[in-house]
Design a protein around this ligand. Structure first.
Ligand SMILES: Cc1ncc(COP(=O)(O)O)c(C=O)c1O
Length: 385
């Protein structure tokens, strides 16, 4: 079936987080796409409604198999049923991992810049936040391995929260980079939790490596987190997975989840998850090619009209990291200028020190909306040089 990603669906007044405006502002911020979900997912949810019974629900073997097949066939990640736990979200799982691997007061490392909850969950849970800035070279971010190791030693870091692919920089860390990171963590007995929620948006020319595929011999200290909600644009349904291949670690995570009785998903999440992994591939393929064209269009538009914006081309995801320092010297003024022109992007400073004077644009929307948003950016910043 051919999907129409050009269709503009009004999301105002629906309780949408992204489209929270009462005016004509265009939302190009939070990582939520403006595309209708895949037909098989919608019809699976409709079937549940028609059945009419919305009682307590357990994950079925068919659901486990759909997860196992998706990750095995796409990423050569070999999972078994007992390696899979469910969680209401990847961010709740990041918080959970604090209690699995660390105690209050112990140090947790994350990169800078990073998706904001990586920092806030560490601090809110009373752990010590240790940042390692990514190094920018040749238009992309790199892990600063020397800095990572030095800070691990200095702060006695117990846990490293990795974002792969990286948000907001869009890096798909290579096998070599991940192996180098793993070697450091192994040497200093640091656990690794890899947030892989953007895995399915890996773009042409790049290869996503699930961290667990490298963890042989270190499985007791490696967990990966992922979800169908981001991939299939069903974040409002909530639901995600935790993967771990060490039996004792799975038990430990499971016991931690039981403390708050949070290890189950709702009926719609199980239904959507199975349908997405069994039948969502066709939609995803089309969405990805639409997104790649939108990324190209954005790069061309900005190169032409706002040539002093430094664009970090994503290797995964529909989020593009823009260095706007040529157009403003003040983070809030930059954000406000765009809001005044009725377009909203994510303010870079929320992603750490490295986000200073940067903005993150979400291009996963119908092309006409994107073009209007870009035009408003041009209007806001065009005279500012
Ligand atoms: C890296 C990353 N992790 C987690 C999430 C959110 O996950 P969830 O909605 O499952 O909590 C996002 C959403 O943008 C994200 O970019």
């Amino acid at each position: 079936m051919q999907y129409n990603f050009d269709e503009i669906i009004d999301r105002r007044d629906t309780g949408s987080l992204k489209w929270h405006y009462s005016d004509e502002t265009i939302a190009l911020w939070v990582a939520d796409m403006d595309f209708k979900a895949a037909a098989p997912i919608l019809s699976a949810v409709e079937q549940v409604m028609q059945h009419g019974i919305l009682g307590y629900t357990k994950p079925t073997d068919a659901l486990y198999n759909s997860i196992i097949n998706w990750h095995g066939s796409r990423y050569d990640l070999q999972l078994e049923k007992q390696n899979i736990l469910f969680s209401p979200g990847v961010v709740p799982s990041l918080a959970l991992m604090m209690n699995v691997f660390t105690k209050v007061g112990e140090a947790v490392m994350v990169n800078d810049p990073i998706y904001t909850p990586f920092m806030s969950k560490v601090e809110q849970n009373g752990r010590k936040l240790v940042l390692s800035a990514l190094k920018e070279a040749e238009g992309k971010y790199h892990l600063d391995l020397a800095d990572i190791e030095a800070k691990i030693i200095e702060h006695e870091v117990k846990l490293y929260l990795l974002c792969n692919p990286h948000n907001p920089g869009g890096r798909v860390w290579t096998r070599d980079e991940l192996e180098a990171l793993l070697a450091i963590c192994k040497k200093h007995n640091v656990a690794i939790v890899s947030d892989e929620i953007h895995q399915d948006f890996t773009l042409t020319g790049h290869t996503f490596t699930p961290f667990l595929t490298l963890a042989k011999g270190y499985e007791h200290n490696v967990v990966s987190l992922t979800s169908m909600t981001k991939t299939f644009n069903i974040a409002g349904i909530k639901g995600s997975m935790i993967f771990a291949t060490d039996e004792a670690l799975v038990k430990k995570i499971s016991r931690q989840q039981q403390l708050n009785d949070e290890y189950e998903l709702n009926l719609f999440a199980y239904t959507a998850m199975r349908s997405a992994y069994e039948h969502g591939g066709e939609w995803l393929e089309q969405a990805l090619s639409y997104i790649e064209a939108n990324i190209e269009l954005t790069v061309q538009f900005l190169n032409k009209h706002l040539p002093d914006i430094k664009i970090m081309r994503p290797e995964a995801s529909y989020l593009i990291w823009l260095d706007c320092s040529a157009y403003s010297q003040d983070d809030q003024a930059l954000y406000d200028a765009l809001r005044a022109a009725k377009v909203e992007l994510s303010a870079g400073f929320k992603y750490g020190e490295e986000g200073h004077l940067k903005m993150r644009i979400n291009v996963a929307c119908p092309r006409a909306l994107l073009l209007e948003g870009l035009t408003r950016m041009h209007a806001a910043l065009g005279d500012a040089t």
